[in-house]
Design a protein around this ligand. Sequence first.
Ligand code: GLA
Length: 408
Amino acid sequence: MEKKHTLSVMLMVVLLSISIHCIRTESRTLMEADTRRNLLANGLGMTPPMGWNSWNHFFCQINETIIKEAADALVSTGLSEVGYKYVNIDDCWAEYDRDAEGYLVPNKVTFPSGIKALADYVHSKGLKLGIYSDAGYRTCSTQMPGSLGYEQKDAQTFASWGIDYLKYDNCNNGDLKPMERYPEMTRALMSTGRPIFVSLCEWGDMHPALWGDRLGNSWRTTNDIQDTWESMISRADQNEAYAVYARPGGWNDPDMLEVGNGGMTTDEYIVHFSIWAISKAPLLVGCDVRKMANDTLTILSNKEVIAINQDPLGVQAKKVRMEGDVEIWAGPLSGYRTVVVLLNRSLNNTYPITAEWDDLGIPPKTAVEAREPWKHVTLEKIFVNKLRAKVRGHSCRMFVLTPVSQSG
Ligand code: GLA
Protein backbone atom coordinates (compact mmCIF):
# COMPACT_ATOMS: atom_id res chain seq x y z
CA MET A 1 0.00 0.00 0.00
CA GLU A 2 2.73 2.35 1.11
CA LYS A 3 4.79 1.34 -1.93
CA LYS A 4 1.87 2.13 -4.23
CA HIS A 5 1.48 5.53 -2.60
CA THR A 6 5.17 6.32 -2.98
CA LEU A 7 5.00 5.30 -6.62
CA SER A 8 2.02 7.53 -7.38
CA VAL A 9 3.67 10.46 -5.58
CA MET A 10 6.79 9.91 -7.67
CA LEU A 11 4.68 9.76 -10.83
CA MET A 12 2.98 13.02 -9.92
CA VAL A 13 6.31 14.69 -9.25
CA VAL A 14 7.62 13.53 -12.63
CA LEU A 15 4.48 14.72 -14.45
CA LEU A 16 4.58 18.03 -12.64
CA SER A 17 8.20 18.67 -13.49
CA ILE A 18 7.57 17.74 -17.13
CA SER A 19 4.70 20.22 -17.35
CA ILE A 20 6.73 22.94 -15.56
CA HIS A 21 9.53 22.31 -18.03
CA CYS A 22 7.07 22.60 -20.96
CA ILE A 23 5.59 25.82 -19.62
CA ARG A 24 9.09 27.22 -19.05
CA THR A 25 10.26 26.24 -22.54
CA GLU A 26 7.16 27.73 -24.10
CA SER A 27 7.41 30.98 -22.19
CA ARG A 28 11.12 31.19 -22.90
CA THR A 29 10.42 30.86 -26.64
CA LEU A 30 7.76 33.52 -26.40
CA MET A 31 9.98 35.76 -24.34
CA GLU A 32 12.92 35.33 -26.69
CA ALA A 33 10.80 36.16 -29.71
CA ASP A 34 9.57 39.27 -27.95
CA THR A 35 12.77 40.47 -26.41
CA ARG A 36 15.61 39.59 -28.76
CA ARG A 37 17.42 42.62 -30.13
CA ASN A 38 19.09 41.32 -33.26
CA LEU A 39 20.30 44.69 -34.43
CA LEU A 40 23.22 44.87 -36.80
CA ALA A 41 25.92 46.00 -34.39
CA ASN A 42 27.78 48.53 -36.49
CA GLY A 43 26.75 51.42 -34.26
CA LEU A 44 25.22 53.29 -37.19
CA GLY A 45 21.76 54.67 -37.80
CA MET A 46 21.01 55.56 -34.19
CA THR A 47 18.86 58.24 -35.83
CA PRO A 48 17.60 57.98 -39.44
CA PRO A 49 20.34 58.69 -42.01
CA MET A 50 20.31 62.07 -43.76
CA GLY A 51 21.96 62.94 -47.04
CA TRP A 52 21.54 63.08 -50.81
CA ASN A 53 21.22 60.38 -53.46
CA SER A 54 21.66 60.70 -57.21
CA TRP A 55 18.81 58.46 -58.44
CA ASN A 56 15.55 60.45 -58.14
CA HIS A 57 16.87 63.33 -60.23
CA PHE A 58 19.73 62.02 -62.36
CA PHE A 59 18.90 58.32 -62.72
CA CYS A 60 21.78 56.81 -64.74
CA GLN A 61 23.09 60.15 -66.01
CA ILE A 62 25.73 60.59 -63.33
CA ASN A 63 29.42 61.35 -63.28
CA GLU A 64 32.04 62.36 -60.74
CA THR A 65 31.52 66.08 -61.38
CA ILE A 66 27.84 65.86 -60.46
CA ILE A 67 28.67 63.94 -57.28
CA LYS A 68 31.39 66.42 -56.30
CA GLU A 69 29.15 69.39 -57.04
CA ALA A 70 26.36 67.81 -55.01
CA ALA A 71 28.78 67.53 -52.08
CA ASP A 72 29.81 71.17 -52.58
CA ALA A 73 26.16 72.22 -52.66
CA LEU A 74 25.29 70.33 -49.47
CA VAL A 75 27.94 72.44 -47.77
CA SER A 76 27.27 75.81 -49.44
CA THR A 77 23.48 75.66 -48.94
CA GLY A 78 23.87 74.80 -45.27
CA LEU A 79 22.18 71.41 -45.74
CA SER A 80 25.20 69.54 -44.39
CA GLU A 81 25.15 71.70 -41.29
CA VAL A 82 21.56 70.73 -40.50
CA GLY A 83 22.42 67.04 -40.81
CA TYR A 84 22.60 65.91 -44.46
CA LYS A 85 25.96 64.11 -44.41
CA TYR A 86 25.71 61.18 -46.82
CA VAL A 87 26.49 61.75 -50.50
CA ASN A 88 25.14 58.59 -52.10
CA ILE A 89 25.98 57.40 -55.59
CA ASP A 90 23.18 55.20 -56.93
CA ASP A 91 23.15 52.80 -59.89
CA CYS A 92 25.36 53.14 -63.00
CA TRP A 93 28.72 54.12 -61.51
CA ALA A 94 30.70 51.07 -62.72
CA GLU A 95 31.93 49.54 -65.95
CA TYR A 96 29.66 46.95 -67.57
CA ASP A 97 32.05 44.10 -66.65
CA ARG A 98 34.32 43.25 -63.74
CA ASP A 99 38.08 43.21 -64.34
CA ALA A 100 40.06 40.02 -64.95
CA GLU A 101 40.41 39.46 -61.17
CA GLY A 102 36.69 39.87 -60.65
CA TYR A 103 36.74 43.36 -59.13
CA LEU A 104 34.21 46.10 -59.89
CA VAL A 105 35.72 48.91 -61.95
CA PRO A 106 34.50 52.52 -61.76
CA ASN A 107 33.18 53.66 -65.15
CA LYS A 108 36.23 54.91 -67.02
CA VAL A 109 34.36 57.68 -68.84
CA THR A 110 32.10 59.03 -66.10
CA PHE A 111 34.24 58.31 -63.01
CA PRO A 112 37.79 58.56 -64.44
CA SER A 113 39.37 59.52 -61.11
CA GLY A 114 37.91 56.47 -59.40
CA ILE A 115 35.75 56.16 -56.30
CA LYS A 116 38.59 56.37 -53.76
CA ALA A 117 39.41 59.89 -54.99
CA LEU A 118 35.74 60.81 -54.71
CA ALA A 119 35.59 59.43 -51.17
CA ASP A 120 38.65 61.47 -50.24
CA TYR A 121 37.03 64.58 -51.69
CA VAL A 122 33.72 64.01 -49.95
CA HIS A 123 35.46 63.22 -46.64
CA SER A 124 37.54 66.40 -46.91
CA LYS A 125 34.25 68.32 -46.79
CA GLY A 126 33.17 66.57 -43.59
CA LEU A 127 30.70 64.40 -45.51
CA LYS A 128 30.35 60.64 -46.06
CA LEU A 129 30.24 58.68 -49.29
CA GLY A 130 27.60 56.08 -50.11
CA ILE A 131 27.61 53.61 -52.98
CA TYR A 132 25.18 51.21 -54.59
CA SER A 133 25.20 47.55 -55.50
CA ASP A 134 22.69 44.76 -55.93
CA ALA A 135 22.06 41.37 -54.33
CA GLY A 136 21.76 39.89 -57.82
CA TYR A 137 23.78 39.18 -60.93
CA ARG A 138 23.31 42.66 -62.40
CA THR A 139 21.95 45.89 -60.94
CA CYS A 140 18.47 47.16 -61.82
CA SER A 141 19.76 49.27 -64.72
CA THR A 142 21.62 46.13 -65.92
CA GLN A 143 24.45 48.52 -66.82
CA MET A 144 26.81 47.15 -64.18
CA PRO A 145 27.38 43.84 -62.37
CA GLY A 146 25.62 43.01 -59.13
CA SER A 147 27.46 41.63 -56.10
CA LEU A 148 25.84 38.19 -55.86
CA GLY A 149 28.68 35.69 -55.55
CA TYR A 150 31.22 38.53 -55.21
CA GLU A 151 30.24 39.78 -51.78
CA GLN A 152 33.69 39.43 -50.15
CA LYS A 153 35.50 41.10 -53.02
CA ASP A 154 33.03 43.96 -53.28
CA ALA A 155 32.83 44.58 -49.54
CA GLN A 156 36.64 44.67 -49.39
CA THR A 157 36.70 47.05 -52.36
CA PHE A 158 34.11 49.37 -50.82
CA ALA A 159 35.93 49.41 -47.48
CA SER A 160 39.29 50.06 -49.16
CA TRP A 161 37.81 53.02 -51.02
CA GLY A 162 36.49 54.49 -47.77
CA ILE A 163 32.79 53.91 -48.44
CA ASP A 164 30.46 54.74 -45.53
CA TYR A 165 27.05 53.56 -46.79
CA LEU A 166 25.87 50.78 -49.09
CA LYS A 167 22.47 50.71 -50.75
CA TYR A 168 21.94 47.07 -51.65
CA ASP A 169 19.28 46.48 -54.32
CA ASN A 170 17.20 43.45 -55.32
CA CYS A 171 17.16 43.09 -59.14
CA ASN A 172 18.21 40.11 -61.29
CA ASN A 173 18.42 37.82 -58.30
CA GLY A 174 17.80 34.50 -60.02
CA ASP A 175 14.69 34.05 -57.87
CA LEU A 176 16.82 33.32 -54.84
CA LYS A 177 15.19 34.32 -51.56
CA PRO A 178 16.48 37.48 -49.85
CA MET A 179 17.70 35.34 -46.94
CA GLU A 180 20.00 33.50 -49.35
CA ARG A 181 21.44 36.76 -50.69
CA TYR A 182 21.42 39.66 -48.22
CA PRO A 183 23.24 38.05 -45.24
CA GLU A 184 26.28 37.31 -47.43
CA MET A 185 26.92 40.98 -48.05
CA THR A 186 26.25 42.01 -44.47
CA ARG A 187 28.73 39.41 -43.22
CA ALA A 188 31.27 40.51 -45.82
CA LEU A 189 30.91 44.15 -44.77
CA MET A 190 31.21 43.18 -41.10
CA SER A 191 34.43 41.29 -41.81
CA THR A 192 36.02 44.43 -43.27
CA GLY A 193 35.82 46.03 -39.84
CA ARG A 194 34.74 49.34 -41.37
CA PRO A 195 31.40 50.65 -40.09
CA ILE A 196 29.29 50.90 -43.26
CA PHE A 197 25.60 51.82 -43.07
CA VAL A 198 23.62 49.03 -44.73
CA SER A 199 20.52 50.15 -46.63
CA LEU A 200 18.54 47.09 -47.74
CA CYS A 201 16.62 47.91 -50.91
CA GLU A 202 14.34 44.87 -51.13
CA TRP A 203 11.25 47.01 -51.92
CA GLY A 204 9.21 45.44 -49.11
CA ASP A 205 8.62 42.28 -51.17
CA MET A 206 9.24 39.77 -48.40
CA HIS A 207 8.41 42.13 -45.51
CA PRO A 208 12.01 43.10 -44.64
CA ALA A 209 10.71 45.01 -41.62
CA LEU A 210 10.33 41.56 -40.03
CA TRP A 211 13.94 40.44 -40.61
CA GLY A 212 15.92 43.47 -41.73
CA ASP A 213 17.21 44.58 -38.35
CA ARG A 214 19.95 41.95 -38.12
CA LEU A 215 21.14 42.63 -41.67
CA GLY A 216 20.77 46.33 -42.21
CA ASN A 217 20.28 49.76 -40.72
CA SER A 218 17.27 50.48 -42.93
CA TRP A 219 15.04 48.53 -45.26
CA ARG A 220 12.84 49.71 -48.09
CA THR A 221 9.18 48.95 -47.43
CA THR A 222 7.91 50.02 -50.86
CA ASN A 223 8.51 50.01 -54.57
CA ASP A 224 10.13 53.05 -56.16
CA ILE A 225 8.64 56.46 -55.42
CA GLN A 226 7.71 58.82 -58.22
CA ASP A 227 7.37 62.57 -58.10
CA THR A 228 3.56 62.61 -57.79
CA TRP A 229 1.13 63.00 -54.89
CA GLU A 230 -0.40 59.54 -55.47
CA SER A 231 2.96 57.80 -55.51
CA MET A 232 4.24 59.68 -52.46
CA ILE A 233 1.12 59.21 -50.33
CA SER A 234 0.79 55.51 -51.19
CA ARG A 235 4.41 54.92 -50.11
CA ALA A 236 3.62 56.72 -46.86
CA ASP A 237 0.62 54.40 -46.32
CA GLN A 238 2.55 51.19 -47.06
CA ASN A 239 5.41 52.22 -44.81
CA GLU A 240 3.06 53.11 -41.95
CA ALA A 241 1.92 49.50 -41.65
CA TYR A 242 5.39 48.55 -40.35
CA ALA A 243 5.72 51.38 -37.81
CA VAL A 244 6.29 49.12 -34.81
CA TYR A 245 9.46 47.68 -36.37
CA ALA A 246 11.38 50.97 -36.61
CA ARG A 247 13.88 51.69 -33.87
CA PRO A 248 17.31 53.27 -33.37
CA GLY A 249 19.72 51.24 -35.49
CA GLY A 250 17.06 49.98 -37.94
CA TRP A 251 14.51 52.05 -39.85
CA ASN A 252 11.66 51.57 -42.29
CA ASP A 253 12.47 53.25 -45.61
CA PRO A 254 9.57 54.45 -47.79
CA ASP A 255 12.14 55.54 -50.45
CA MET A 256 13.99 58.76 -51.07
CA LEU A 257 12.66 62.31 -51.13
CA GLU A 258 11.22 63.90 -54.27
CA VAL A 259 11.07 67.38 -52.70
CA GLY A 260 12.36 69.87 -55.27
CA ASN A 261 11.97 67.69 -58.36
CA GLY A 262 8.99 69.71 -59.58
CA GLY A 263 6.12 67.21 -59.74
CA MET A 264 4.25 68.35 -56.64
CA THR A 265 3.05 71.63 -55.15
CA THR A 266 4.81 73.22 -52.20
CA ASP A 267 1.98 72.07 -49.89
CA GLU A 268 2.34 68.52 -51.20
CA TYR A 269 6.09 68.55 -50.67
CA ILE A 270 5.48 69.77 -47.11
CA VAL A 271 3.18 66.76 -46.60
CA HIS A 272 5.90 64.52 -48.10
CA PHE A 273 8.61 65.89 -45.82
CA SER A 274 6.33 65.97 -42.75
CA ILE A 275 5.31 62.34 -43.07
CA TRP A 276 8.88 61.20 -43.79
CA ALA A 277 10.06 63.18 -40.75
CA ILE A 278 7.52 61.77 -38.28
CA SER A 279 7.90 58.27 -39.79
CA LYS A 280 11.60 58.37 -38.87
CA ALA A 281 12.35 57.69 -42.53
CA PRO A 282 15.81 58.20 -43.98
CA LEU A 283 15.92 61.79 -45.26
CA LEU A 284 17.75 61.37 -48.54
CA VAL A 285 17.31 64.42 -50.72
CA GLY A 286 16.61 63.44 -54.32
CA CYS A 287 16.69 66.73 -56.21
CA ASP A 288 19.49 68.65 -57.92
CA VAL A 289 20.89 70.35 -54.83
CA ARG A 290 23.04 72.57 -57.06
CA LYS A 291 19.92 74.39 -58.29
CA MET A 292 17.27 74.46 -55.61
CA ALA A 293 14.35 76.88 -55.48
CA ASN A 294 14.01 78.78 -52.20
CA ASP A 295 10.90 76.79 -51.27
CA THR A 296 12.81 73.54 -51.65
CA LEU A 297 15.67 74.66 -49.44
CA THR A 298 13.24 76.04 -46.86
CA ILE A 299 11.44 72.70 -46.63
CA LEU A 300 14.57 70.56 -46.54
CA SER A 301 16.36 72.70 -44.00
CA ASN A 302 13.60 73.25 -41.43
CA LYS A 303 15.57 72.45 -38.29
CA GLU A 304 12.50 71.90 -36.13
CA VAL A 305 11.07 69.30 -38.49
CA ILE A 306 14.47 67.65 -38.87
CA ALA A 307 14.75 67.46 -35.07
CA ILE A 308 11.49 65.49 -35.01
CA ASN A 309 12.97 63.00 -37.47
CA GLN A 310 16.18 62.82 -35.46
CA ASP A 311 14.49 62.65 -32.05
CA PRO A 312 16.44 60.26 -29.78
CA LEU A 313 13.32 58.30 -28.82
CA GLY A 314 13.24 56.95 -32.39
CA VAL A 315 9.55 56.01 -32.45
CA GLN A 316 7.79 56.01 -35.82
CA ALA A 317 4.46 57.87 -35.82
CA LYS A 318 1.27 56.06 -36.84
CA LYS A 319 -2.15 56.92 -38.15
CA VAL A 320 -4.31 57.23 -35.06
CA ARG A 321 -7.55 58.23 -36.79
CA MET A 322 -8.86 58.08 -40.34
CA GLU A 323 -12.17 59.54 -41.49
CA GLY A 324 -12.61 59.77 -45.25
CA ASP A 325 -10.00 62.17 -46.59
CA VAL A 326 -8.96 63.25 -43.13
CA GLU A 327 -6.20 61.53 -41.21
CA ILE A 328 -4.42 62.13 -37.93
CA TRP A 329 -0.89 60.78 -37.60
CA ALA A 330 0.88 60.96 -34.27
CA GLY A 331 3.76 59.59 -32.27
CA PRO A 332 5.70 60.21 -29.08
CA LEU A 333 8.83 62.35 -28.94
CA SER A 334 11.38 62.64 -26.17
CA GLY A 335 10.56 64.91 -23.20
CA TYR A 336 6.90 63.80 -22.90
CA ARG A 337 6.14 65.53 -26.19
CA THR A 338 3.87 64.31 -28.98
CA VAL A 339 4.05 65.13 -32.66
CA VAL A 340 0.75 65.33 -34.55
CA VAL A 341 0.14 65.73 -38.25
CA LEU A 342 -3.35 66.66 -39.36
CA LEU A 343 -3.55 65.53 -42.97
CA ASN A 344 -6.18 66.44 -45.55
CA ARG A 345 -5.97 64.05 -48.50
CA SER A 346 -8.79 65.71 -50.49
CA LEU A 347 -7.66 67.78 -53.44
CA ASN A 348 -9.59 71.02 -52.91
CA ASN A 349 -11.67 70.95 -49.73
CA THR A 350 -10.53 72.69 -46.58
CA TYR A 351 -11.54 70.78 -43.43
CA PRO A 352 -11.35 71.51 -39.73
CA ILE A 353 -9.60 68.54 -38.13
CA THR A 354 -9.78 67.73 -34.43
CA ALA A 355 -7.13 65.66 -32.68
CA GLU A 356 -8.40 64.17 -29.42
CA TRP A 357 -5.94 63.33 -26.64
CA ASP A 358 -7.51 59.90 -26.46
CA ASP A 359 -6.34 59.18 -30.02
CA LEU A 360 -2.92 60.69 -29.43
CA GLY A 361 -2.21 58.68 -26.29
CA ILE A 362 -2.06 61.75 -24.07
CA PRO A 363 -3.70 61.31 -20.63
CA PRO A 364 -7.09 63.07 -20.33
CA LYS A 365 -7.17 66.63 -19.01
CA THR A 366 -3.50 67.16 -19.88
CA ALA A 367 -2.87 70.79 -20.81
CA VAL A 368 -0.38 71.31 -23.61
CA GLU A 369 1.38 74.04 -25.45
CA ALA A 370 1.29 73.61 -29.24
CA ARG A 371 4.13 74.60 -31.51
CA GLU A 372 3.88 74.64 -35.29
CA PRO A 373 7.33 73.73 -36.60
CA TRP A 374 6.51 74.78 -40.18
CA LYS A 375 5.58 78.27 -38.98
CA HIS A 376 8.12 78.48 -36.17
CA VAL A 377 5.40 79.69 -33.80
CA THR A 378 4.04 78.53 -30.47
CA LEU A 379 0.29 79.10 -30.29
CA GLU A 380 -0.86 81.32 -27.44
CA LYS A 381 -3.77 79.11 -26.53
CA ILE A 382 -3.23 76.24 -24.10
CA PHE A 383 -5.05 73.12 -25.31
CA VAL A 384 -6.81 70.61 -23.04
CA ASN A 385 -8.20 67.29 -24.32
CA LYS A 386 -8.18 68.29 -27.99
CA LEU A 387 -6.70 70.51 -30.65
CA ARG A 388 -8.64 71.69 -33.68
CA ALA A 389 -7.22 73.32 -36.80
CA LYS A 390 -8.22 74.04 -40.39
CA VAL A 391 -6.29 72.20 -43.09
CA ARG A 392 -6.33 72.90 -46.84
CA GLY A 393 -6.64 70.16 -49.49
CA HIS A 394 -3.49 68.12 -50.23
CA SER A 395 -1.79 69.70 -47.26
CA CYS A 396 -1.14 69.17 -43.58
CA ARG A 397 -0.53 70.99 -40.30
CA MET A 398 2.06 69.69 -37.91
CA PHE A 399 2.06 70.38 -34.15
CA VAL A 400 4.43 69.45 -31.37
CA LEU A 401 2.53 69.24 -28.09
CA THR A 402 4.36 69.79 -24.82
CA PRO A 403 2.58 69.35 -21.47
CA VAL A 404 2.42 72.46 -19.27
CA SER A 405 1.36 72.83 -15.67
CA GLN A 406 -2.42 73.23 -15.50
CA SER A 407 -2.27 76.27 -13.30
CA GLY A 408 0.24 77.90 -15.63
C1 GLA B 1 15.74 50.15 -58.04
C2 GLA B 1 15.74 50.90 -56.72
C3 GLA B 1 15.87 52.39 -56.99
C4 GLA B 1 17.14 52.69 -57.77
C5 GLA B 1 17.14 51.87 -59.04
C6 GLA B 1 18.47 51.96 -59.77
O1 GLA B 1 14.61 50.42 -58.79
O2 GLA B 1 14.59 50.61 -55.99
O3 GLA B 1 15.86 53.12 -55.77
O4 GLA B 1 18.25 52.37 -56.97
O5 GLA B 1 16.91 50.49 -58.79
O6 GLA B 1 18.46 51.23 -60.96
